[in-house]
Design a protein around this ligand. Structure first.
Ligand code: NAP
Ligand code: G3H
Length: 480
């Protein structure tokens, strides 16, 4: 079967030179799904970034209304092309069609909310600071938001549309231009989206999509001196590399996590187990906010393991191409290998499981719960990003807090208890950014600030915070 050819928008040009292209394979069956013109050398990257800088000089002076209309056109095109987009998500990353459609709907809402929030921000400007505010004598300070310039957006495979647009929408509405690099597994969609952006009106070089492997093109992009801001979502190792290569540039880094579900002895065990299973196994555990470990009071540990085992049996497992299964193909053979490695390591070191290890078609790993997990097991600390859930028991709330906080990660956590006052108190002691009570961790609702500390990130996202991160304040001071 001939792969589909995906043209790609690079500045003002739509590239269709397929003699030097990248081939994308589906994790479902390893078949080629697409071929896309790729960027192959530093010279090309430098040219793209330089042209983006030139486009910025014009785009930054366009009106809010014109930028808003282009983004609204884009939302319409997402709506119109929902079937093709969701099919691409299914083929390229093996997400179920049901969840792919949810991703499109969420993205449209996200873009519209971004436009609204930006409008509120600019309607309030200039922010005036004068004698009425601070008893400042003889001065009126007027402060405005200004776009930063060329924003480099690097996005991960797991939300190939949504986590791309959470970067592009705030950048473009603010008057920045964008050079973006989608994950290799997600590049067909990334290229397709670039054409929709063009059709929406971004025709003057405001948007460039760079297709290429991160390991090959990453450094050229990160170190490029025409880039004014980097927004990245992905692994901690690449996040650290960005900080090392370009330490002074404004960055937003959304990185890995090891979010804990902390279960106290008074929790409603049946409800808690159902919620934990959803939070841990959605999209095969390939979410930064997935529950990656359960910390449970040892008085209710076995009861919880039984309840989780019961819930796991309800999960449907099968190919993303054949139905809306809860657990589908993993993104790569390496991910499967790593999860199996963590599993076997834990079993050797005393952990137990009541499930059989089941590998279906070599690329679907059926969900597994490990209990009696101890601190010698790698999965106690390492981010599995897969459908394996470790359960660790604790003897006191203090030790649960300690286990949570000794992690290198600090994204989110959840606490399950009937004692909301106690949960609030514990939440304050956890070294994470967000704590959900009786609900698994999650990024949304998207208007909430979202971010991580320690190895989970730098800077904040969420609709308002993303806009703020892509603007600088310009002050004009009038002196009497
Ligand atoms: P990844 O390997 O870091 O990839 C993320 C993006 O970075 C991809 O576009 C990738 O391109 C690119 N990349 C890879 N190497 C690069 C380099 N040397 N320079 C520049 N870019 C490079 O992460 P992943 O495996 O896709 O995602 C899993 C990780 O991301 C997990 O740790 C997860 O927790 C984290 N994540 C965090 C969040 C959050 O919001 N906190 C959200 C999603 C995922 P290629 O695909 O071409 O390699
Ligand atoms: O994978 C990381 C995403 O930011 C998680 O988003 O909590 O909506 O699944 P989510």
């Amino acid at each position: 079967m001939q792969p589909k050819l995906f043209k790609v928008l690079v500045g003002k040009e739509i590239r269709d030179d397929f003699n030097d292209s990248i081939q994308i394979f589906s994790p479902i069956n390893n078949q080629i799904i697409g071929s896309i013109p790729r960027v192959k050398n530093k010279y090309q990257i430098d040219k793209i970034c330089h042209e983006a800088k030139e486009a910025f000089a014009i785009y930054k002076n366009t009106s809010f209304e014109s930028r808003k209309n282009k983004l609204l056109n884009f939302c319409e095109l997402l709506n119109k092309n929902w079937d093709e987009i969701s099919n691409l998500i299914v083929q390229e990353i093996a997400k179920s069609k049901r969840d792919a459609i949810k991703e499109i709907e969420r993205t449209i809402d996200y873009i519209k909310l971004t436009i609204d929030e930006y409008e509120k921000m600019i309607n309030k400007q200039p922010m005036i600071i004068d004698s009425n505010v601070h008893n400042i004598k003889g001065k009126t300070g007027k402060f405005y938001y200004e776009p930063l310039g060329v924003v480099l957006a690097i996005s991960p495979f797991n939300y190939p549309l949504n986590l791309l647009m959470t970067k592009l929408a705030p950048a473009l509405i603010s008057g920045n231009v964008v050079v973006y690099k989608p994950a290799t597994q997600g590049s067909c969609l990334g290229a397709f989206i670039s054409l929709l952006l063009y059709e929406s009106g971004f025709k003057n070089g405001e948007v460039s999509c760079v297709i290429g492997k991160g390991s090959e093109v990453g450094d050229w992009l990160i170190e490029n001196s025409d880039i004014n801001m980097i927004t990245f979502t992905g692994s901690t190792s690449v996040g650290k590399r960005i900080s090392q290569l370009n330490p002074l540039i404004p960055v937003s880094l959304e990185l890995g996590g090891k979010d804990a579900a902390i279960v106290l002895k008074d929790a409603d065990i049946a409800k808690t187990a159902a919620n934990i299973v959803k939070g841990a196994f959605l999209y095969n555990g390939q979410r930064c906010t997935g529950i990656k470990r359960v910390l449970v009071d040892d008085k209710v540990a076995y009861k919880l393991v039984d309840a989780i085992n019961y819930e796991i049996n309800k999960l449907t497992v099968g190919s993303a191409s054949e139905g809306n299964f809860d657990v589908t193909e993993m993104i790569s053979a390496n991910s499967i290998k790593y999860n199996l490695h963590l599993l076997l390591d834990a079993l050797q070191k005393g952990a137990l499981t009541d499930q059989n290890i089941r590998l279906i078609n070599n690329n679907i790993l059926a969900p597994i719960v490990l209990y009696n997990v101890n601190s010698n097991c790698k999965i106690y600390y390492e981010e599995q990003f897969g459908p394996v859930l470790p359960i660790i028991s604790f003897k006191s709330i203090e030790s649960a807090i300690e286990i949570n906080n000794e992690s290198e990660y600090g994204l989110q956590a959840s606490i399950y208890t009937e004692d909301i006052e106690l949960a609030n108190k514990i939440a304050k002691s956890l070294d994470v950014v967000t704590v959900n009570i009786n609900q698994s961790p999650s990024r949304g609702p998207d208007i909430f600030p979202f971010g991580g500390i320690k190895n989970s990130g730098k800077g904040m996202q969420g609709i308002k915070e993303a806009i703020i991160s892509m603007n600088r304040i310009k002050g004009v001071i009038e002196n009497d």
